[in-house]
Design a binder for this molecule. Structure first.
Ligand code: ZN
Length: 79
């Protein structure tokens, strides 16, 4: 993992996760990246908000990454 990557634990103990859940999912529906086959998020924060929301709903652990094809952020399963 690169040092610049930040990992939120999403287990209810990370203060930033609590903030993300408080913010809720991004208000705007995201577009779809045909290359990655994933929903596009304009900012890493938006992607994290969606991840927090999905994981609160029982999704497996997720992480964000920047897609070089669409220049947006996607979610993928955490390693
Ligand atoms: Zn993409």
């Amino acid at each position: 993992m690169k040092k610049s990557e930040r990992k939120i634990r999403f287990d209810g103990t990370d203060p930033d996760e609590v903030n993300l859940r408080r913010e809720g999912p991004p208000p705007e529906p995201a577009d779809y990246c045909p290359t990655a086959g994933k929903t596009m998020h304009a900012t890493e924060r938006d992607a994290e908000r969606v991840a927090a929301h999905q994981m609160a709903g029982g999704s497996p652990p997720l992480r964000t990454y920047f897609c070089l094809y669409c220049q947006h952020w996607h979610l993928t399963k955490a390693d």
